[in-house]
Design a protein around this ligand. Structure first.
Ligand SMILES: C[S@@+](CC[C@H](N)C(=O)[O-])C[C@H]1O[C@@H](n2cnc3c(N)ncnc32)[C@H](O)[C@@H]1O
Length: 207
């Protein structure tokens, strides 16, 4: 969905180590930047990649990004950390070059509903529509508890609308038949949890 990135500038919000952005630079991306609050970056990013420690809440307000615009803006499994999601999307949208787009991935909300239904002995629908925050022990460290805001598909779509964006396309990636054969445990996980959603978002054209 990202397409050919050669000659494209990319802003990766919640970029983690910046490793994915470095790969995109190797594929030809230019004048790119990554932002992450943890600041735990790869030690020598390639030429054309700047890694910035900062909050994705209002990317346009980050001094390092002042006046800059990008062809592609990415939120790869990071959008859930935006405390004011509409504000974040509006701010990101203002940094798009003409004909630029936002690529945003989000976990299927049904995944969390399945987990909570198993944990609480309830039903999928009860958990999917439950509005309270959800706290659970991290799978990778039993001393750490994570709290997530629950959301439904409608919540997500309404955020895009409120931010003045339209969905050019959406995708729910699946394993290829060959990958499913090679990694049956991953296919079993997907069968139960569905995976992620990917949205390609563009600003609404002014009337
Ligand atoms: C699930 S990881 C995804 C990392 C990367 N995008 C990837 O696809 O591998 C979420 C990232 O968001 C970052 N993050 C969390 N809250 C943030 C915030 N308020 N501002 C910027 N980054 C944040 C975390 O530090 C973490 O690196």
């Amino acid at each position: 969905m990202l397409g050919d990135v050669s000659g494209r500038s990319i802003l990766d919000l919640g970029c983690g180590t910046g490793g994915k952005l470095a790969e995109l630079a190797r594929d030809g991306a230019v004048a790119s930047a990554g932002v992450d609050i943890a600041g735990n970056f790869i030690s020598s990013p390639p030429v054309g990649v700047e890694l910035i420690r900062g909050d994705l809440l209002d990317p346009g307000a980050l001094p390092e990004l002042s006046g800059r615009t990008f062809d592609r803006i990415l939120f790869l499994q990071s959008f859930g950390y935006a405390v004011d999601p509409v504000r974040t999307l509006r701010s990101a949208q203002a940094m798009l070059k003409p004909d630029g787009f936002i690529l945003l991935t989000r976990t299927q909300p049904i995944r969390y509903a399945v987990e909570r239904a198993e944990q609480h002995g309830t039903t999928l629908g009860e958990e999917y529509f439950h509005r309270a925050d959800y706290t659970y022990r991290a799978g990778w460290n039993e001393n750490i508890k994570l709290t997530k805001r629950t959301y439904t598909m409608s919540d997500l779509l309404n955020v895009f609308s409120a931010a003045g964006l339209w969905i050019e396309s959406a995708s729910e990636p699946q394993l290829t038949p060959e990958a499913a054969r090679r990694y049956p445990h991953k296919q079993a996980w997907m069968n139960k949890h569905l995976g992620i959603l990917i949205f390609k978002l563009r600003p609404l054209a002014p009337f």
